[in-house]
Design a protein around this ligand. Sequence first.
Ligand code: SF4
Length: 377
Amino acid sequence: MAVKVAGSLEQYIRAAEDLGYGAELERLLDGRGGVRDIVRLYRAPLWLLGGVANGITHMLTGRRVGYIVNMIMNYTNICVVGCSFCSFYRKPGSPDAYKLEAREAALRVVDAWRRYRIRQVLFQGGVDPGIPLEYYEEAFRIIKEETHGEVAIHGLSVVELEWLARVNRMSLREVLSRLKEAGLDSVPGAGAEILSDRVRKLISPLKSSSDTWISTMDTIMDMGLPISATMMFGHVESLEERASHLLKLLELQRRRGLIMSFITWNFEPGKSVLGEKIPYPAGGGELLRNIAISRIVFRGEIKWIQAGWLTAGVWMGQVSLHYGANDWGGTLYGEKVLPEAGVPLPHLVRDRIEGYIRGAGYIPVERDNWYRPVGGS
Ligand code: SF4
């Protein structure tokens, strides 16, 4: 899918030609760029990448920026996978390990719906093999019944689903079909990190291979469940591996077409094991570069790219709207993962998010789980 060039985008494309990046950019805008093209663009000036990415985004969604009122339900921090970059998890039996009962987890979601009228819960935790499939079925059914179906369940990462299939001795399809029946609406792309087996062996050796991650997502979409895609950068990966990650996601989208959005964030060292080797997070410039390049690679094929305020803060979130992002993400009531990594999160209610988006020169549009505008936005 080639990009139809207009207005300021044309000026930036001319600037890219003048600076010697024209051929790479042309191939990427035509949807036929490769790893080498992306790697070369990673070295281009940031203003140039921002100008191109912003030009593409403007043609896709103009000045409208989506956001959702949502919460995160981190139902347990117990995890046996032990990724070296993760500050959130606790081993089974740890004094500060926790696990909510299914009913309690669900009722907290219902309470957030009553208070804030959330439209989505991101239901995610560690991998605790002691939690049966029935736990999720019970929680999802209560959420759907008590909120009259008004809260969409965006839940369970690839690794949680794979472990559920394994410990329940069921196929992934069986697990997904039961979860879908109970109310699962879509699946977050967490756990992709960088889709390179070299990187995965270094930072999350117990997670499945990159090919298995892709084939699991393939199955999820084959069953009609849309997903979001992610990338966590700024640790042991190379630029080639970042580029290949983006192309793998693009190829998956071309095959299935149900990737709703892309979210990238930098590794937060926090108190993680990996943080002892990589003590400083990648800077804001690197985040903007990543957002801009993902927009150039995905163009309109993955329409929504989220602003990077989660790890980099709300001011950087505002700037990223000028570098190719067109969605703010959510209010994220209840988020526990980032505070564990030492990233304090502001209390972002609807009005504050709208203020940040307007302050950056854009028009806020409240949306639902499927990125559709709601409430006369
Ligand atoms: S990232 Fe997820 S799977 Fe890995 S240790 Fe943390 S909670 Fe467990």
